[in-house]
Design a protein around this ligand. Structure first.
Ligand SMILES: *[C@@H]1O[C@H](CO)[C@@H](O)[C@H](O)[C@H]1NC(C)=O
Ligand SMILES: *[C@@H]1O[C@H](CO)[C@@H](O)[C@H](O)[C@H]1NC(C)=O
Length: 195
């Protein structure tokens, strides 16, 4: 299952191309965060009920699922703005213990609200210890991780789309309990899991 996010030339709108085949099955979520330190925290969304944190983990959380396209050769200069970049979705099996997708929709709504009211873009930067942002509402937790040594810029609206997409396509009815979308160039991933 490939989820392609294709930004349009204007605003934060984008076209979303989804295929209808089943999502890939992942080998399991990235390792749990060890030595977890919350570096900053706030509550976001229209109702200020979604917790947003910059988190530092002492261990390596890089995803062990890799997409076949890989990083490839660097013939083209790499852009730090990865809005609209394609990622591939993997679901974690089996069913049971996953987040309630409706809680994930609350996070989606908060991200869309922030996109409109705070700004469409946000940054991840290992140099400022902001490689990992975690958002939590009730049973649903999603995070984005910059797996590189350099900064990346991403769109709140794309994250919003992905958290809902993963939540509803990797739930019990798919024999899953959450999942991940790994950038096709491996530079970042977004995971959805039980909080
Ligand atoms: C990030 O934060 C952790 C925990 O406070 C700290 O140990 C680490 O040195 C920090 N890294 C950077 C690059 O500031
Ligand atoms: C990223 O930084 C780590 C620690 O400094 C280093 O071991 C690793 O080789 C770097 N990776 C890349 C892709 O530059």
């Amino acid at each position: 299952m490939r989820l392609s996010l294709n930004p349009l030339a204007f605003g934060t709108a984008f076209a979303l191309a989804l295929c209808t085949s089943a999502a890939l099955i992942g080998s399991g979520p990235a390792a749990a965060c060890e030595g977890r330190t919350t570096l900053a925290q706030s509550y976001v969304g229209a109702n200020k009920d979604v917790k947003a944190e910059y988190v530092y983990c002492a261990n390596d959380l890089r995803s062990d699922v890799s997409t076949s396209t890989g990083a490839g050769s660097d013939i083209f200069a790499r852009q730090n703005d990865v809005c609209g970049a394609a990622c591939t979705t993997y679901c974690w099996t089996p069913s049971g213990g996953g987040p309630d997708p409706n809680d994930c929709t609350v996070i989606q709504d908060a991200l869309l609200y922030d996109s409109e009211n705070t700004g469409p873009l946000f940054s991840l930067d290992p140099a400022t210890n902001t490689s990992m942002i975690v958002m939590t509402y009730n049973t649903c937790q999603t995070y984005i991780l910059d797996q590189t040594n350099s900064s990346l810029t991403y769109c709140r609206s794309d994250w919003a789309t992905l958290v809902n997409y993963i939540a509803f396509n990797c739930q019990a009815t798919q024999n899953a309990h959450g999942g991940v979308c790994v950038a096709d160039d491996q530079r970042w991933y977004i995971q959805v899991q039980h909080s």
